[in-house]
Design a protein around this ligand. Structure first.
Ligand SMILES: *Cc1c(COP(=O)(O)O)cnc(C)c1O
Length: 357
């Protein structure tokens, strides 16, 4: 602790990202990265961007990326914002749409960055309870008269809300912004982007880190009414006009153009997920029905923390959250079929060699 720190920084507990180990021999199932690489077209576009033009600043408005997104999603360019990862866009939202001491509502179990941003920007949190099965009770999100942020599918559970349920929440909080974080929407859900044409209080955020296999590039998109997008641009341009570099712009544009590549990989991931979920259930695990590229699982006999440590000692890293209500669960990202076969074999061994204690 330094005497020079602000009060906010003295008090804040930052987000803890999943471990990024240097050892490449580990099977890494802890941060929901895509196990398949981005397409050759994306890589070539980035190689081409490595040129003498790097002496020039990048396009601060990301026009080509927005045009490609506009083309893919059928949304006008002035309804689209490009950010340095969706985390940056979320942070901009907390600044653009809330004042200090405002309340922001989100589920009690969700992406833990929401609470960190709330603290950073001095907002109050209203944590809405979920059912014991981690289901949303939609009625708890109606008429709140508070801004709302929801991950759909939710993290780390994988639970999905339907478009109809999203619309009900947006419609029943007309004076407040509703932010839907669709980080995992392409693994089984249906995006609510269409609804932004009807509701000026809805902002949809997506990331290139999961579905598009570009976690290392740092790109996210937001979709909403032009007034909301202008609000985000005001924050961005009061902070850093060039958040996306030339190489990232080239890769992001090509990823949207070559969307088919991502769809094919998502299809493989969904098949692997459903197969692995079934096998785990047969081994006695409780597995939350997932609509994301991860599963959330718990064993009735062996503690999650113990399984986590056993897996780690066998070269497999998954995610364990030491938090109330979810501290007996593991979140496991879906890897390739080969990786998941090794995972299942190791789980098998752990179950057969671990006695209940
Ligand atoms: C991974 C994730 C993000 C972060 O995405 P980046 O674009 O990599 O910053 C945001 N929200 C949720 C729910 C996520 O799981």
């Amino acid at each position: 602790m330094s005497i020079y720190w602000s009060r906010a920084i003295r008090e804040i507990v930052p987000y803890t990202p999943g471990e990024q180990p240097q050892n490449k021999n580990l099977i890494k199932l802890n941060t929901n990265e895509n196990p398949y690489p981005p397409s050759q077209k994306v890589l070539s576009a980035m190689h081409e961007a490595i040129s003498g033009d790097l002496r020039l600043y990048p396009d601060p408005d990301c026009n080509k990326v927005r045009a490609a997104a506009s083309n893919l999603y059928g949304i006008p360019c002035d309804h689209i914002f490009v950010g340095n990862g969706s985390d940056e866009i979320l942070a901009f939202c907390f600044k653009a749409f809330f004042d200090p001491n405002d309340v922001i509502a989100f589920p009690e179990i969700t992406y833990s960055f929401y609470e960190v941003y709330a603290k950073l920007f001095n907002l109050k949190c209203n944590k809405i309870p979920l059912t014991d099965n981690f289901d949303f009770e939609i009625n708890c999100f109606l008429g709140l008269n508070q801004g709302i942020v929801l991950a759909n599918p939710n993290a780390p559970t994988g639970k999905l809300l339907s478009i109809e349920e999203i619309e009900k929440i947006v419609k029943n909080n007309p004076s407040n912004i509703v932010i839907i974080d669709e980080a995992y929407i392409d693994f089984g859900g249906k995006t609510a982007i269409e609804l932004i044409k009807k509701y000026g209080n809805l902002l949809i955020i997506q990331t290139f880190s999961k579905f598009r296999s570009l976690a290392g590039l740092r790109i996210g998109l937001a979709f909403g009414h032009a007034d909301l997008i202008e609000g985000l641009n005001k924050v961005k341009n009061s902070f850093n006009s060039y958040t996306i570099d030339r190489i990232a712009l080239a890769g992001a544009e090509q990823s949207l153009i070559d969307n088919e590549h991502c769809l094919r990989n998502a299809e493989k991931i969904i098949q692997t997920r459903d197969k692995i979920s079934k096998r785990l259930k047969n081994m006695g695990f409780y597995v939350v029905d997932s609509n994301a590229n991860f599963i959330f699982m718990s064993h009735p006999r062996i503690e999650a923390k113990r399984i986590f440590n056993e897996l780690k000692s066998r070269g497999i890293i998954v995610r364990y959250f030491e938090k109330p209500k979810i501290d007996n669960y593991l979140r496991v990202s879906i890897g390739t079929d080969d990786e998941m076969d090794i995972f299942i074999n190791q789980i098998h061994e752990i179950l057969s060699t671990t006695s209940t204690s």
